[in-house]
Design a protein around this ligand. Structure first.
Ligand SMILES: [Zn+2]
Length: 353
């Protein structure tokens, strides 16, 4: 079974994987591993592909990941960033203050605007290089986080709370809905482009919508309907093809896990803040789960034996819920020892049906 086949069997309903797939969230960790400066990595799709392939050769994980930084879509709407040689881009002042200012804007072109083309090029290079052998997970910022980057996180959150407590006008609420609608279309168009280019896992990351940032009530009113819209549209587009939608929202989201399942997403990334046994009991195979080896305390700071122990524990709990891939829940940290990541991959591949 190739890595791609294994990943697909791990994701589909009734699949028969012959071992556990390993998909640590390697992202920009691959740049460090391959000796590529981060500033070059996030501006050149060929280098992203080169870094991912180099890491995979040395590590043997099943899933390649194009995701690396945060602002490549928001830049299409005028967000300015500072680029750094050895760090991820950082955002300058948000380009808008009021959602009403954005009413004239249209959906950007993923092949031309912001830094979206970098990530499409990475995907294209990877697919051409690995054919059917390895699974590829794309990238995409969710609508809630996108809106927050464009208005400034504090401003965006305060406006939402004002709307929720009826301290704003109906116009404000309508403008906010319109803005999130535009962001939803934007995310969707970018991820659809990746579906056309053969990404196996259609990824949406919306970490500002996690319960570390907002209440369950805000999630249900201002996040979940838009996520459902994205995943429903992607399902319609991909039909019976072996392509699977994915949500990443790091943090402790137990209280909204059922709502996340109800978006119809195929794969939910769970980070170490959540207990996998509890997750399995809620999800019950209605979605696949990937997670949740702690990238800091276990993968970066632990020894290989500790990684192995944590991985066996996670595999047992994860498989109890049904479809499961061993992952790191969030980005693998710079400075993580390769032997620790190897212990993770070995554990996954050592499991047999
Ligand atoms: Zn995360």
């Amino acid at each position: 079974m190739t890595s791609r086949h294994l990943t697909i069997e791990s994701l589909k309903q009734g699949g028969r994987p012959d071992r556990v797939a390993a998909g640590p969230f390697t992202g920009y960790f691959a740049a460090e591993h391959a000796g590529i400066p981060l500033g070059d990595y996030v501006t050149n799709g060929r280098l992203i592909a080169e870094g991912q392939l180099r890491l995979q050769e040395d590590l043997g994980q099943d899933i390649l990941i194009t995701a690396a930084d945060t602002y490549y879509i928001a830049e299409a709407f005028g967000l300015k960033v500072d680029m750094h040689q050895n760090a991820l881009p950082t955002a300058k002042a948000p380009p808008f203050n009021d959602p009403g200012e954005m009413r004239h804007l249209g959906v950007p072109d993923p092949f031309a605007d912001g830094r979206m083309p970098v990530y499409l090029e990475a995907l294209e290079c990877l697919r051409a290089a690995v054919g059917d052998d390895l699974a590829i997970r794309g990238t995409g910022t969710g609508p809630f986080s996108l809106a927050a980057y464009l208005l400034g996180i504090d401003n965006f959150m305060l406006r939402l709370m004002d709307i929720e407590s009826s301290e704003s006008s109906d116009d404000d609420a309508r403008n906010m809905r319109d803005l999130l609608g535009l962001m939803t279309e934007t995310t969707l168009r970018f991820v659809e482009a990746q579906a056309d280019m053969g990404a196996d896992i259609l990824y949406v990351g919306d970490s500002l919508a996690s319960l570390n940032m907002i209440s369950p009530r805000l999630y249900r009113a201002w996040v979940q309907p838009y996520h459902r819209e994205i995943f429903t549209a992607l399902k319609e587009k991909t039909g019976k093809k072996a392509q699977y939608t994915m949500i990443h929202m790091c943090g402790s989201n137990m209280e909204i896990l059922e709502d996340m399942v109800q978006t119809g997403v195929d794969l939910i990334e769970i980070d170490s803040a959540m207990d996998l046994a509890e997750v399995s009991a809620v999800v019950r195979g209605r979605a696949a789960v990937i997670g949740n080896i702690d990238p800091v305390h276990v993968l970066k700071e632990g020894r290989p034996e500790e990684v192995t122990r944590a991985c066996w524990d996670a595999v047992g709990k994860g498989l109890a819920g049904g479809r499961f891939i061993l992952g790191s829940g969030c980005f693998v940290c710079p400075g993580t020892a390769l032997e620790n990541l190897r212990a993770m991959v070995d554990c996954a591949h050592g499991w047999t049906r």
